[in-house]
Design a protein. Structure first.
Length: 480
């Protein structure tokens, strides 16, 4: 070794040791899931009318993703995919299916996660992490196998069912499995805004986690309907805006402010550089692109994304998504490479050194290298399905830049080239029958049947809808 090499080693050794000391062996992980947030709602994606300075700053200080995909296009199954590492072909929950335990003191809920289904929280809890979920759960009431307290979370605060979360001024919330009564909201009164209490609980919990690594799943209900908020703020003065437009904008800005407060707290507690924060919408917007809200705020971004919630088009699946971790996630990066919610569990496992149980094979891939500035993991395809009463059984599959959509099992498959047509305006199925055949074969092989979600054809849905309409008309006549 010559003297110049020796000098270089001596100079770099303490610097390397310093960086090694700074890098946390087990980083804190926060995933913020915004309910029904459209990609086009945020300033960093081009929104001009709604103010989102904190999320725009988060994007500037981290990485913004233009092709991040949700688990599917409605709440419960999308959350299931995020927490379990499974896409819709293997996930145990594939629609917003109601579920009621007889004589339950907690009321109705959704189809619960099975006892045998592994979640990110269970995996990280085994690694010594403190774990919490605040906001909306929607994957099983407290007296079912899907309770958040049985799926790896030490603490829960908020709404445990989706129906419960349809009120921003509820008469109760839950702290763990105990009711928190809000009698001041009885009889339609609007005294206490639930998000105020949820945000307070989030900040208080994070303050108490300075001595051990933590995982926070912050499942914010904003800006899901109904459009309701305690203060319109600057939007009260927007001339020409409808009340609904004012309220929706205020809800998105409230989400922005609460995320900003959480990021500020991490800095205050000096946890900033040891915490990965990710944010995404759980599915597409609630609003049609031509609706009062969708059109006014240009949620489709000039037709760049087709469709919305409950569809297999990009507007229902492609999400606003940000990641921030100072010194680790590159600042100011914008990535067009695709990833999906089912990548989160293997990502968390690699970040924390957690070992997956023998025999468990997630559908996702670790994003650790991608988050740090590398390329997204290579994969054969992305797969989605959904089984809602209004849509029947629908499927979507992305194969490279090709996107196949099957609206019901008894209709022809559509095919789009996303590299030239992200708005999915030109169906190329007739020009590329071999690609359609390949996509249909993958749609079949990518999934396992689930008796809770039988295939429903378009004809069945239409027949059921006609019967329901006839029944409702009969009841109306009887009432008259």
């Amino acid at each position: 070794m010559n003297k110049y090499t020796l000098l270089t080693v001596l100079l770099l050794a303490p610097l390397s040791a310093l960086h090694a000391a700074d890098a946390p062996a087990k980083p804190n992980i926060i995933f913020i899931l915004a309910d029904d947030l459209a990609q086009g709602d945020l300033g960093c994606y081009g929104q001009k009318l709604i103010k989102t300075p904190n999320l725009d700053r988060m994007a500037a200080e981290g990485t913004r993703y233009t092709q991040a995909y949700s688990g599917t296009s409605v709440c419960a199954p999308s959350r299931t995919s995020l927490l379990t590492g499974l896409h819709m072909g293997h996930a145990p929950v594939r629609s917003n299916r109601g579920f009621q335990v007889e004589n339950s003191p907690f009321g109705g809920g959704e189809l619960p996660l099975p006892a045998t289904t592994l979640t990110v929280a269970q995996l990280l809890k085994q690694q010594g992490y403190a774990t919490a979920c605040m906001g909306k759960w929607g994957m099983g009431q407290f007296d079912t196998t899907g309770s958040p307290l049985k799926k790896g979370f030490d603490h829960f605060f908020g709404y445990n069912s989706q129906v419960h979360a349809h009120s921003y001024f509820p008469t109760n919330l839950f702290c763990d499995d105990q009711r928190v009564e809000l009698p001041e909201n009885a009889n339609g009164a609007k005294k206490t805004y639930a998000q105020n209490l949820i945000q307070k609980d989030v900040l208080g919990w994070v303050r108490r986690q300075q001595e051990r690594p933590f995982f926070l799943f912050y499942a914010v209900t904003l800006p899901h309907g109904p459009c309701d908020i305690d203060e319109l703020g600057e939007y009260a003065q927007r001339a020409g805006w409808t009340p609904r437009q004012q309220t929706y904008a205020a809800m998105v800005s409230r989400l922005d402010a609460d995320v900003g407060a959480l990021l500020a707290l991490l800095k205050e507690l000096k946890l900033d550089t040891s915490t990965l924060v990710m944010l995404a919408g759980d599915n597409g917007s609630s609003f049609n692109a031509q609706s009062e809200v969708g059109k006014f705020f240009d949620q489709s971004m000039g037709g760049k994304l087709r469709g919305f919630k409950r569809s297999m088009y990009e507007g229902g699946l492609r999400q606003a998504a940000l990641a921030r971790w100072p010194g680790v996630v590159p600042a100011g990066r914008v990535s067009d490479e695709p990833w999906a919610f089912w990548d989160f569990l293997p990502t968390a496992a690699e970040l924390t050194g957690a070992k997956l149980p023998a025999g468990f094979q997630p559908d996702g891939y670790s994003l650790v290298s991608f988050l740090k500035g590398g390329s997204a993991p290579k994969r054969d395809y992305f797969y989605w399905e959904l089984h809602e009463g209004t849509t029947g059984s629908i499927q979507g599959l992305r194969l490279g830049d090709w996107k196949a959509v099957k609206n019901f099992t008894d209709v022809p498959t559509e095919l789009y080239d996303l590299s030239k047509d992200s708005g999915e305006t030109t169906n190329l199925a007739a020009q590329y029958p071999e690609l359609v055949a390949k996509a249909e074969k993958l749609m079949s092989s990518a999934r396992m049947d689930n008796t809770n979600f039988p295939w429903r054809m378009r004809s069945e849905v239409k027949t059921a809808a006609a019967k329901a309409k006839k029944k409702a008309a009969g009841k109306k006549r009887a009432g008259e």
